[in-house]
Design a protein around this ligand. Structure first.
Ligand code: DC
Length: 230
């Protein structure tokens, strides 16, 4: 059967990655978490001292982009591909609130986006990919056969993110996480290069109150319908 490209975009903490992983597993496709790529670049900038509270050496980061090598390596135990930055597994290190607090600034830079979008397009060249992010259906794969756009209320999203961070023993308050969610929404939707926006042909799902398993089954059905037409 012919393979398709599935683009999943939307706001942070709407369950995009869980959905994308489930779809990829069910269809035998490759899952690519593009947010992890922006987070890994941010982590690199933090390690090099290029970004701190109230300080961001954008030119320095642009100059250092050639030193950044990103790869996804499949982890059979976890059942998905983990991100590696310059040969080091950073899958966990990029999930802190500190990285979240800087990542939208890094993702605004056109040179960063250009580098990552090119790599994302090369990952998807042979189809059979489920990719989640903010600009997948609009910029990375405007011809994707299935485009999903996920939303949920900021309160519910902050609550989910807060619970995840607490489960990983990170010391954060709900208010900090909520402010981060709202601030990232603001920057991600208003940036000049590839802002977060629903593609005209994307199908929108709001999961503020909906059961995520039911939503997954609904989207899997949609994918099967699209596949049947190929
Ligand atoms: O999906 P996430 O929360 O891990 O993404 C982290 C940040 O990266 C998000 O706030 C915006 C940015 N991002 C982006 O600009 N474009 C993408 N395709 C994916 C993420």
């Amino acid at each position: 059967m012919k393979k398709i490209t599935i683009a999943i975009d939307g706001y942070s903490s709407t369950g995009k990655s869980t959905l994308a992983k489930q779809l990829a597993k069910e269809l035998g496709y490759v899952y690519i978490d593009t947010g992890a790529m922006y987070r890994a670049v941010t982590f690199f900038a933090m390690q090099k001292g290029l970004i701190k509270a109230d300080y961001f050496d954008q030119e320095g980061l642009i100059e250092a982009l050639d030193q950044i090598q990103l790869e996804f390596q499949y982890n059979a135990v976890r059942g998905f591909a983990e991100i590696h930055l310059n040969q080091k597994n950073v899958e966990e290190a990029i999930r802190t609130l500190e990285v979240s607090s800087f990542v939208s600034q890094v993702a605004q830079i056109s040179e960063v986006r250009k580098k990552l979008v090119e790599q994302q397009q090369s990952f998807g060249r042979s189809k059979g990919v489920v990719m989640d992010g903010r600009d997948i259906g609009t910029v990375v794969f405007p011809d994707a056969e299935l485009k999903i756009f996920m939303t949920a209320s900021p309160e519910v999203r902050a609550r989910r993110r807060f619970d995840e961070l607490v489960a990983k023993s990170q010391k954060v308050t709900f208010e900090e996480v909520y402010q981060n969610v709202v601030e990232r929404d603001r920057i991600d939707t208003s940036r000049e290069d590839s802002p977060l926006v629903k593609a005209v042909d994307a199908i929108e799902f709001d999961n503020t109150t909906v059961d995520k398993e039911a939503q997954f089954l609904q989207i899997l059905e949609l994918a099967k319908q699209v596949l049947a037409k190929q």
